[in-house]
Design a protein around this ligand. Structure first.
Ligand code: SR1
Ligand code: MG
Length: 420
C-alpha cells in the first residue's frame, strides 16, 4: 500500500482563480452566485484539521467550496488520501432524505478536484465558538438529538432490509484512512506513549501518565474500541462534535460528514455529549470575574437531558411507527403479549445506546485533552494553569463515564454529576 497518498492526475489545490473557474463552469452554481465571475469575491475560511474551505459570493448569492488536500492541513508530512470528499458526498446523499435542511444542500461535486460545492451557511456560527463565547442556542441540542435519531434509524436494520443496509455498509467500508485517524487518535493514543499526544504541561504531566498506566481505563477504552469496530448499528456521522454543528438561534445544521462509517449509534451521541461536557468544564477558564459564567454553565448542563430526551423520544417514535427492516420484523409481534415484549425490548435497546453514549463521551473528552487534536473550548484559555484547572476535572468526569456507565440511568444523573 502506498502510504504517501500521491494526488491523482488532474488534481490541483485550488486557489481563488481556480475556484472561480470551477464555479463558472457549473451553470447552476454560476446562476446562484449571479453576475460575472470577475465580480465574485473569494474568502478562505479553513478552520478544521483536514481540508481547505472557501466562501464564494456574487451579487445574487454565495456558496461554500470544500476541497480535500493530500495531507493534514497543518502537517504536510501527515499524508492522507483525497477520497474523504467522496465519503462526505456519499454521507450527504444518504442522509439527505431524512435530514433535509439539517445538512447543507449539495450543489456540485468535482471528482477530479475532490471539491464539494455546497450551501453557504450564513449567518450561522460554529456551535463550539458559540459555547466559547457563552452564547445560548436553545434549539441546538434537541435538534442534534433528533437528527441522530432520524439518521441512525433510517440507516439501521430497523428501517432497511439487510440487502440495502449491506450495500450501504459496503459503500462506506473503505473509508480507511479516516477510520485509521479515529482508531489511533481516539481509541488508542491517549492511553499509550505517542509522539502525537500533547497536553497542558507540566500541569497535567501526572494526570497523563496516570491515564497511560490506568489498567481499568485502558480496558474500558479497548472495549469501547472493539464495539466501535464491530457493532454496525447504523451509518454514523463519525465526528459529531460541536465543531461539526453550525447554528443560528432558529436553525441547526450538521456539517462535515467525511468520517461517516457504520458503527454504534452511541458513538455519535457520545461525541456530542462529550463536547457539551467539555464546553461545561471549560467555562471557568473564560470568565473575566469568578462566577461570571455560572448561569451559562447551568444552561449548558441542561442541554444534556434536552439532547438525550430528543434523541430517545424520536428514536422510539420512529421504531413504534415501524420500519421496513429485517430487525424485529412486525410479523413476529402481532399479538398483545408479543407487543409488550417488544416495547420492553425497545427500552432495553435505548438503555444500551445510553450506556454506549456515556462511554464514548468519556473517550471523546480524554482525546481532546491528552491526544493530538484539541478543542477551542480549552485551547482558547491562554493561561496554562487556568486551562489545566478546567481540564483535570474533565478528565476525572470522563474516567467516571467510561468506567461507571451503569451507575447512570438517566440524563438527569449525568447532569447531576455536574452539580456543585
Ligand atoms: C488529524 S485529524 C484530527 C481530528 O480532526 C477531525 O475533526 C477529527 O475529529 C479528527 O480526529
Ligand atoms: Mg470536521
Amino acid at each position: 500500500m502506498d502510504l504517501t497518498h500521491p494526488a491523482p492526475p488532474g488534481y490541483r489545490r485550488l486557489d481563488a482563480p481556480g475556484i472561480v473557474a470551477l464555479l463558472a463552469g457549473v451553470a447552476a452554481v454560476a446562476a446562484r452566485l449571479g453576475g460575472a465571475p470577475d465580480g465574485w469575491t473569494l474568502r478562505e475560511v479553513s478552520d478544521g484539521n483536514l481540508n481547505v474551505v472557501w466562501i464564494a459570493a456574487g451579487p445574487a448569492g454565495s456558496v461554500c467550496v470544500k476541497q480535500a488536500i493530500p495531507h493534514v492541513r497543518r502537517d504536510e508530512s501527515w499524508r492522507l488520501p483525497l477520497d474523504r470528499a467522496e465519503y462526505e458526498v456519499a454521507w450527504m446523499r444518504q442522509v439527505a432524505p431524512v435530514a433535509g435542511r439539517r445538512i447543507p444542500a449539495l450543489h456540485h461535486y468535482d471528482p477530479a478536484l475532490f471539491a464539494i460545492v455546497m450551501e453557504n451557511l450564513s449567518p450561522h456560527v460554529i456551535l463550539r465558538q458559540g459555547f466559547v463565547q457563552g452564547r445560548r442556542f436553545p434549539l441546538a441540542a434537541p435538534a442534534i438529538g433528533r437528527y441522530v435519531a432520524d439518521a441512525a434509524f433510517a440507516t439501521s436494520d430497523l428501517a432497511l432490509p439487510f440487502e440495502r443496509k449491506f450495500a450501504s455498509m459496503a459503500r462506506f467500508a473503505r473509508n480507511e484512512a479516516i477510520l485509521r485517524i479515529t482508531v489511533d487518535l481516539i481509541l488508542a493514543d491517549p492511553y499509550r506513549d505517542s509522539p502525537r499526544n500533547r497536553w497542558t504541561s507540566p500541569h497535567l504531566d501526572a494526570a497523563a501518565a496516570a491515564v497511560r498506566s490506568d489498567a481499568a481505563l485502558k480496558l474500558a477504552a479497548a472495549r469501547l474500541g472493539h464495539r466501535f469496530l464491530t457493532c454496525t448499528q447504523a451509518l454514523l456521522h463519525g465526528d459529531l462534535h460541536s465543531g461539526s454543528v453550525m447554528v443560528t438561534e432558529t436553525d441547526t445544521r450538521v456539517i462535515d460528514g467525511e468520517f461517516a462509517l457504520y458503527g454504534p449509534i452511541g458513538f455519535d451521541l457520545g461525541a456530542f455529549l462529550g463536547n457539551l461536557l467539555l464546553a461545561w468544564f471549560s467555562q471557568p477558564g473564560h470568565e473575566s470575574a469568578p462566577g461570571e459564567r455560572a448561569e451559562y454553565r447551568d444552561w449548558l448542563a441542561a442541554q444534556i437531558p434536552a439532547f438525550w430526551t430528543a434523541f430517545h423520544d424520536r428514536f422510539l417514535e420512529l421504531w413504534r411507527a415501524g420500519g421496513a427492516g429485517d430487525a424485529y420484523p412486525a410479523s413476529l409481534f402481532a399479538d398483545a403479549a408479543a407487543q409488550a415484549g417488544l416495547e420492553a425490548e425497545r427500552a432495553r435497546f435505548v438503555a444500551g445506546l445510553f450506556a454506549d453514549m456515556l462511554g464514548y463521551a468519556g473517550l471523546k473528552m480524554i482525546r481532546r485533552i491528552l491526544g493530538y487534536a484539541h478543542v477551542a473550548d480549552l485551547e482558547d484559555i491562554v493561561d496554562p494553569a487556568r486551562r489545566a484547572a478546567c481540564e483535570a476535572p474533565a478528565l476525572a468526569c470522563a474516567r467516571r463515564l467510561m468506567l461507571d456507565a451503569a451507575a447512570f440511568t438517566s440524563a438527569a444523573d449525568v447532569q447531576a454529576l455536574l452539580a456543585p
